[in-house]
Design a protein around this ligand. Structure first.
Ligand code: PBG
Length: 328
């Protein structure tokens, strides 16, 4: 064929590894990742979550070994979830000074002051009914729940949390938590808001890990309808106005259009939460030999950044950190 053709030769820029690296538009860095950890009561507990191979519930005495591994891999941030034995109607365990997340935060900060601790601010792991707030007449009471969530955030900050991440989807939570943090003197503690959180079947395995399945009903009166896109912008907008410092979109993979919308409309750092179900599906397929795990994980995390995420909360953080190290 004549070399003076009239079509564009896109393959020129794909001709070698070096060429592809030169024109690559999106990169993953170890700094992009926040690693979720589940802390339980008792001692010498390291329970693998059955639906999440490679993810463990860990007791306080073994926690520092886990964090050490995370720190050595170069990961800069973890998000903590507490799984208490005793729960009650109002989720007291979430906001007491001796709560699991508060104790774990103090312990980790003493040993590794440089690691950034994100505290998930919600009540569902601590309430006997498994909902994210206080129940009245079979529904979550928004304004009463806000008071307890604000107390939770302040107690997490008092314990040394670096970032407060409210995941409860009550209206006004950013405003009330910002006010409470400021009044308690924590004006410099940022809020990473779960601004756009859908009522998703992808959270199933997390609810095993955190023992937070609602005991009646579902979360559809506070988490968003997966069918909605404009509503995501309304949610994000009010959080921006109320003082959020980061915006989380959750889940990630089926919601990359929303990640892009939020990226385009707001100028805060955008965080994609690559949730439990997204992890479990990949793990299950990989364990069956049906997919190539490393390539698939790198591809999907890259797609989240390409969609506009600055940061990714993911159970794959340790794996990716290892793979990135091997590549260098
Ligand atoms: C707490 C919370 C949930 C997740 C993060 N924070 C569960 C839920 O809303 O049911 C889900 C995370 C995951 O699936 O990995 N409200």
């Amino acid at each position: 064929m004549n070399s003076n053709t009239e079509f564009k030769r896109h393959r020129r820029l794909r001709s070698s590894n070096s060429m592809r690296a030169m024109v690559r538009e999106t990169h993953l860095h170890v700094e992009d990742f926040i690693y979720p950890m589940f802390v339980v009561e008792g001692s010498n507990v390291k329970n693998e979550v059955p639906s999440m191979p490679g993810v463990y519930q860990v007791s306080m005495d073994l926690l520092l070994d886990e964090v050490k591994e995370v720190v050595e891999l170069g990961i800069k941030s973890i998000i903590l979830f507490g799984v208490p034995n005793d729960k009650d109607e109002v989720g007291t365990g979430a906001f007491i000074e001796t709560g699991i997340v508060q104790e774990a935060t103090r312990l980790i900060k003493r040993a590794y002051p440089e690691i950034l601790i994100v505290a998930d601010t919600c009540l569902c792991e601590y309430t006997s009914h498994g909902h994210c707030g206080v129940i009245h007449d079979h529904d979550v009471d928004n304004d009463e729940s806000l008071q307890l969530l604000a107390r939770t955030a302040v107690s997490q900050a008092e314990a040394g949390a670096d970032i407060i991440a409210p995941s409860n989807m009550m209206d006004g939570f950013v405003k009330v938590i910002r006010q409470a943090l400021d009044e308690a003197g924590f004006t410099n503690i940022p809020i990473m808001s779960y601004a756009v959180k859908y009522a998703s079947a992808f959270y199933g395995p997390f609810r095993d890990a955190a023992d937070s399945t609602p005991q009646f009903g579902d979360r559809k009166s506070y988490q968003m309808d997966p069918a909605n896109r404009l509503e995501a912008l309304r949610e994000a907008e009010s959080d921006v106005v109320e003082g959020a410092d980061f915006l989380i979109v959750k889940p990630a993979l089926s919601y990359l259009d929303i990640v892009r919308d939020v990226r385009n409309h707001f100028n805060l750092p955008v965080v994609a939460y690559n949730v439990s179900g997204e992890y479990s599906m990949v793990k299950a397929a990989a364990l069956n030999g049906w997919i190539e795990e490393k390539s698939l994980v790198m591809e999907k995390l890259t797609s989240m950044k390409r969609a506009g995420a600055d940061l990714i909360i993911t159970y794959f953080a340790k794996d990716v950190a290892k793979w990135l190290k091997e590549e260098n």
